[in-house]
Design a protein around this ligand. Structure first.
Ligand SMILES: C[S@@+](CC[C@H](N)C(=O)[O-])C[C@H]1O[C@@H](n2cnc3c(N)ncnc32)[C@H](O)[C@@H]1O
Length: 276
């Protein structure tokens, strides 16, 4: 497929998958935002806000005197994020449905944040440049992206288990959808190309998980389920081979006695920069 296509389906299960993924990667996000100096009273724009977890985290950092604007082009994600903010009693966050590349706020913000969003744009440099219109001079941008690659064997042990095959399936779905590979590794250079001076204090997280006792198989199954149409379109496997309803149980039965250890997806990288 040419161009840009978001590989995940917009379903209640997908929204819950994002919440579970957020719990896994939040320590890096929090560390990144603290290093970037996001603090009390700031006005912050969160691009690709999904289920709202990044915006809710920032809302805590900026406190009641600060505000957060979450942007997502999926209106169902926006409604879900609004509902979660209400349930958490958070009132300093607003969510808007829009492509973040089209956003022109009436006044610029103190910080722009985003997690796992540039990787879904066909032209990440253009996307970054367009959103930077909304950043104050001297403001900060802090982005976190995955280092997922689409070629080569996945980092999983043992290499020939069913879980490794399932990771290959969703990597094919990513590739088919035009998702940017190794976006986390490219963030630093991208920020420089956009005229920023990113900090060399790059933060990283390698969530290596275990199955069946740990959450590895559950997370892999959720990614494959949400990406099923993209995976099938890529031609890497048939619906019968994947058999999503039995996939998790088959991974459990296939696992050796010591289990399986691996990246469920990939590592994460966080980079921040100050606007000149
Ligand atoms: C993988 S999710 C990450 C959600 C959230 N940032 C997190 O880390 O929990 C990516 C989100 O970005 C949204 N998205 C992707 N491209 C976008 C764009 N160009 N403009 C606005 N939202 C976008 C998708 O709809 C999805 O909700």
């Amino acid at each position: 497929m040419n161009g840009e296509h978001y590989p995940f389906q917009s379903t209640p299960d997908e929204r819950q998958r994002l919440v579970r993924q957020a719990e896994l990667v939040a320590p890096l996000t929090e560390q990144l935002f603290e290093k970037a100096g996001i603090t009390s009273g700031w006005r912050v724009l969160d691009i690709g806000s999904g289920s709202g977890d990044v915006a809710l985290l920032v809302a805590r950092l900026v406190g009641p005197t600060g505000t957060v604007i979450g942007i997502d082009r999926d209106p169902d994600q926006i409604n879900f994020a609004k509902q979660r903010a209400m349930e958490h009693g958070v009132s300093n966050v607003q969510f808007m449905s829009e492509d973040f590349r089209n956003i022109e706020l009436r006044s610029p913000v103190d910080a722009i944040v985003g997690r796992l969003v540039l990787m879904y744009t066909a032209e990440p440099l253009e996307a970054l440049r367009s959103v930077l219109r909304n950043l104050k001079p001297g403001g900060v941008i802090a982005l976190q992206e995955s280092v997922v690659d689409y070629d080569g064997p996945p980092c999983i042990e043992p290499r020939d288990c069913l879980a490794a095959k399932a990771v290959q399936w969703f990597r094919a779905g990513f590739k088919y959808s035009g998702v940017q590979p190794r976006m986390g590794m490219r963030l630093f250079g991208l920020m420089r190309e956009a005229g920023l001076n990113p900090s060399t204090d790059i933060v990283t997280l390698a969530p290596i998980l275990q199955g069946p006792e740990g959450p590895l198989f559950k997370l892999i199954t959720a990614v494959v389920a949400s990406q099923l149409p993209a995976i099938l379109s890529s031609g890497i496997a048939t619906e019968a081979e994947i058999d999503i309803d039995t996939l998790e149980q088959r991974m459990i039965e296939d696992a050796p006695p010591c289990g399986v250890v691996g990246y469920f997806n990939s590592g994460h990288v966080g980079v921040w920069a100050k606007n000149p």
